[in-house]
Design a protein around this ligand. Structure first.
Ligand code: FES
Length: 125
């Protein structure tokens, strides 16, 4: 089974938050919380700067080799960590990354932004 990567936008800002300090931004706080609570070996937490979903902070994406990638927004930094980790566990257990709608945490039902097909291997020349 492939390891799930949680890409976390560290530059997302909650409404009313200022640009600086960057460490105070909602996305940065969410990244730090995921780092603290994720179980090593189960998921990889990957900080990224912007997933182009800036109007729906906070934003994360779940990906793994050979699986669909899911992008989620509208996540609240203070409450999203357990939701994201629960969603990542379901994603990790799904062979193609597709988790049944009824099984997803509510915040991930409401917050889904996009899903992208698995990357295909490069065709041989
Ligand atoms: S700043 Fe977070 S998605 Fe753009």
């Amino acid at each position: 089974m492939s390891t799930t990567t949680i890409h976390v936008c560290t530059t997302c800002r909650a409404p009313g938050e200022t640009l600086e300090p960057r460490e105070a931004r909602a996305g940065f706080r969410l990244w730090r919380s995921l780092q603290r609570h994720a179980v090593a070996g189960e998921v990889v937490i990957n900080p990224v700067e912007c997933l182009s979903v800036c109007k729906r902070p906070c934003t994360v994406a779940l990906s793994a080799p050979g699986k669909w990638t899911y992008v989620y927004g509208d996540l609240v930094a203070e409450t999203a960590t357990a939701i994201i980790l629960a969603g990542a566990a379901l994603y990790g257990a799904a062979p193609d990354g597709i988790v049944a709608w009824r099984s997803r945490p509510d915040a991930l039902k409401r917050g889904v932004v996009a899903r992208l097909p698995p990357l295909e291997p490069e065709p041989s020349a």
